[in-house]
Write a protein that binds this ligand. Structure first.
Ligand code: MCA
Ligand code: AMP
Length: 493
């Protein structure tokens, strides 16, 4: 096994330089072409003065240069900081300062949001925008020998929202990335003949560490899309060119609704995978009926990448997330005693193995609290294991809303809304939503009765990613509290 994603990619490049790696709109990149582009990024970063272990942020929507920059940062010995393209002032200020990123690659659409912040960013020295600025940055004279990362070196800081309201940077090592993708390739039988339709955003684990890593390390190919669009995806599936499609459950519900308006049905793919949020048994069954295939549901987390999968061959059991990936461990423990529980008993899921991250960036206490003494990581997901080893997730110990596959921590939205003029008290919670799985809702006690729902939503939109803003605002006279003063969100729901 290679020591890193970069090494595995370069090995495939050496073996089949001319093989198609990535297509995107009118562009097609062979393995050699992507490697050459990545090399230019690496050389330019080194000439600019990036030192080993220093952080470079990617605040970019899907495009081939996302992956070229990603691999180039590794070639220069750097650490990648992933940034959701929807992030606004609050998230950007925190992530860029906390990670200490020195440089950020971005695109035209996102530049103004960064520029609004620039004086607030303590470590960021340079912003490179795709286009002419990037072309200039990549002009580089020096000789460059790419760095090949060692397994224990830090590869990525991926921010995952936290219960404290401020997101924590999960430190993923090169070993975590390569070990996890090897398990995944083995479990799903990924080969160089696969062609993936990749519409997931590359700034999250699902798109990057499943879709892109699997492709690059298998010597396979992918068609990358800027965004998911159900009509376009359906048309692509009809071409019969693809062997795999990965998506969050919302994408599958949208594909089903698209199918209901079409007469032609796509021929079966080798594999449809769903994850990032629960796939309902109803969507699983409907998809099987309409597309003729059982979706393979798997379960992951930013801190651990992929944890469990339904079998590629064997029963894909709806409502379950399957079994641990090969070479990885899982168990269910009692939430209070932390003792392992037998099959059929509800508790918290813990995982262990070489896929589990190193800890949270600059947060030793949060890191210590998330691990048991013998190295089990506490996922915060509640569930049970069946007698034959299938895991079911049936709740969360952490307060989290998952909307369309994106995570929203109520505390972060509450903290922001608490600073909105006219708000006296606020509670944010999740409500079921047919399309997004869950939606964000807020109950507000007003200090100023003229405060409107629109003002609240606009305030959120200006400061936080759009998907975090409440879709429903209810003004109440008081928030329901228990004897301890804790807000009873189940009553609001
Ligand atoms: C967009 N909007 C949303 C969401 N996405 N609102 C709620 N929940 C969402 N997920 C809002 C925007 O703020 C905007 O509203 C309006 O919808 C249109 O934005 P647009 O970008 O056009 O939306 P879309 O194309 O409809 O997006 C839906 C989507 C997208 C395709 C389902 O959310 C998506 O790509 N989700 C995938 C997330 C993902 O990759 N998660 C993996 C995390 P306004 O203009 O009013 O603001 S990794 C992970 O969880 C672990 C490791 C794992 O297991 O995979
Ligand atoms: P993130 O922090 O964005 O990586 O989100 C990870 C969380 O998504 C997990 O802790 C789970 O709560 C949830 N998740 C991911 N995959 C699934 C799934 N297949 N079923 C239910 N929840 C899931």
């Amino acid at each position: 096994m290679a020591d890193s994603i970069l090494e595995a990619f370069l090995n495939n490049c050496e073996k089949s330089p001319d093989k198609l790696c990535l297509s995107f709109e009118s562009q097609s990149l062979s393995y050699a072409a992507l490697a050459k582009r990545a090399h230019r990024f690496g050389a330019a970063l080194q000439e600019w003065g990036l030192e080993k272990g220093e952080r470079v942020a990617l605040f970019l929507e899907n495009c081939p240069d996302f992956l070229a920059a990603y691999l180039g940062i590794f070639m220069a010995g750097g650490v990648v900081v992933l940034v959701n393209t929807a992030y606004k002032q609050v998230e950007l200020r925190h992530i860029l300062n906390d990670s200490g990123a020195r440089l950020c690659f971005t695109d035209r659409e996102r530049l103004p949001e960064l520029e609004r912040l620039h004086s607030d960013l303590s470590s960021l020295e340079k912003i490179v925008m795709l286009g002419a600025t990037l072309d200039k940055f990549l002009l580089c004279e020096s000789n460059f020998a790419p760095h090949l990362p060692q397994p224990e070196e830090l590869a990525i800081i991926a921010y995952t929202s936290g219960t404290t309201g401020r997101s924590k940077g999960a430190m993923l090592l090169h070993r975590n990335l390569i070990c996890n993708v090897e398990s995944l390739r083995q479990a799903w039988g990924w080969t160089e003949n696969d062609h993936l339709l990749l519409t997931l955003p590359l700034f999250h684990a699902h798109g990057l560490m499943v879709g892109a890593h699997g492709t690059l390390t298998s010597g396979a190919s992918a068609e990358l899309k800027r965004h998911f669009n159900a009509t376009e995806v359906y048309d692509s599936l009809l071409t019969g060119q693809f062997s795999m499609f990965f998506g969050v459950p919302t994408m599958y519900t949208r594909l089903l609704s698209e199918a209901s308006q079409r007469s032609e049905k796509p021929a079966p793919l080798r594999l449809y995978v769903a994850g990032s949020a629960p796939l309902s048994a109803q969507t699983f069954e409907e998809f099987k009926e309409v597309f003729g295939q059982p979706i393979l549901e798997r379960y992951g987390m930013t801190e651990t990448i992929m944890n469990m999968t339904n079998p590629y061959e064997g029963e894909r059991r709806p409502g379950t997330v399957g079994l641990p990936f090969p070479g990885q461990e899982a168990r269910v423990v009692d939430v209070k005693t932390r003792q392992p529980l037998p099959p059929g008993m509800d508790g918290e899921i813990e995982v262990r193995g070489s896929h589990v991250f190193k800890g949270y960036w600059n947060r030793p206490q949060a890191t210590a609290e998330s691990f048991s003494v013998d190295g089990w990581f506490r996922t915060g997901d509640l569930g049970q294991m069946s007698a034959d080893g299938y895991y079911t997730i049936n709740g969360r110990a952490k307060e989290l809303i998952i909307t369309g596959g994106y995570n929203v921590y109520p505390r972060e939205v509450e903290e922001l809304l608490q600073s909105c003029p006219g708000v006296a008290e606020v509670a944010v919670y999740g409500l079921p939503d047919a399309e997004m799985g869950e939606k964000v809702a807020a109950a507000i006690v007003r200090a100023n009765l003229s405060l409107s729902e629109e003002t609240v939503i606009t305030f959120c939109k200006d400061n936080l990613a759009g998907y975090k803003k409440p879709r429903q605002v209810t003004f109440v006279e008081a928030l329901p509290r228990n004897a301890m003063g804790k807000i009873q969100k189940h009553l609001l729901r």
